[in-house]
Design a protein. Structure first.
Length: 308
């Protein structure tokens, strides 16, 4: 028993980050299980489409984001979780550089593609509110699929740059701004535009409420806009804000990684990196709950399946 304790103490002295790797690896694997089950069920519901209500351009973006979450649960999280557990439990094992690059490739591709899909959803919802006629006329099923294919393919191809020698700094400078920072700012801007439009409609309804009939319609418009504003604020603070904070933390840590030599071996950096990834990938198991609670088509279809 004393020999075992001495061996554990020696290992912790040689590598003080073992507990961080082990705990984060276990959390990744737990998240992977729930993400795989939940998002697989959502895709099963979409495939069955019992009420024939998913044949819309808007749902193409939701399905693409669900597929990104499923990819995280089936491939990215198990791979990163096993590697972290190996780093924690077997620190004497040297992980090949190609495997480390593959881990970075999978994480960056999944995070970048999911961010682009989330940006597409937010932009489409904003356009549907601000310019509904243009949105309905321009956004077809074919164009929505083309946008998703282009976003995923461009992110995948660019992430292959990681496998080139000496390309890490160049990759992160371009990747972090093109696939993380700008889409995240776009999500904030689209939410602000929707909120501003709701308030503008409320003011217009007050101005045009002279006649009794107009007052009735104005009252109904204000009530509907108040509900939409409340729903948007709840969505921003409960769903988007945690994801955006994790994205900006991921963005800042990757900049520190390429600008500060030796940061990868610092315990604070390892802890923050794993915390950022945990919060980012927590959106994967929660995605089915968000779709069920926020989108009527999904809740109705799921209830219809369970009634049979």
């Amino acid at each position: 028993m004393a020999d075992v304790n001495f061996a554990n103490l020696t290992r912790e002295i040689e590598n003080p980050n073992t507990d961080v790797f082990t705990i984060s690896g276990a959390i990744f694997l737990i998240i992977a299980i729930f993400a795989s089950l939940g998002n697989s069920f959502i895709l099963y519901v979409v495939n069955r489409d019992p009420l024939k209500c998913f044949n819309k351009p808007t749902n193409v973006f939701n399905i693409s984001l669900t597929m990104a979450h499923l990819f995280a649960g089936v491939i990215v999280l198990p791979f990163a979780g096993v590697l972290n557990i190996l780093r924690g439990e077997r620190p004497e094992i040297v992980i090949p550089p190609a495997v480390v690059k593959l881990e970075a490739f999978l994480v960056n591709f999944n995070v970048g593609a999911a961010t682009l899909f989330l940006f597409a959803i937010s932009t489409e919802r904003s356009t549907a509110v601000i310019a509904p006629h243009f949105n309905k006329k321009w956004l077809t099923m074919k164009r929505a699929k083309t946008i998703c294919y282009t976003a995923a393919t461009s992110c995948f191809v660019f992430c292959l740059v990681l496998f080139l020698p000496g390309s890490k700094t160049f990759f992160y400078i371009v990747y972090l701004h093109a696939f993380i920072f700008l889409p995240a700012c776009g999500i904030l801007a689209s939410c602000a535009a929707r909120l501003r439009n709701f308030r503008k409609l409320a003011r217009v309804s007050v101005i045009n409420s002279g006649l009794p009939v107009a007052q009735l319609f104005a009252r109904e418009t204000r009530r509907r806009n108040s509900q939409l504003i409340y729903k948007l604020i709840v969505t921003v603070f409960t769903i988007l804000l945690p994801v955006l904070i994790a994205l900006f933390l991921f963005y800042a840590l990757r900049l520190i990684e390429i600008s500060c030599e030796g940061s990868l071996e610092k315990k604070w950096f390892i802890i923050l990196s794993n915390v950022a990834l945990i919060f980012l990938f927590l959106s994967s198991p929660f995605n089915p709950l968000v779709l069920y609670s926020r989108i009527v088509e999904y809740s109705r279809s799921i209830k219809h399946i369970f009634r049979k």
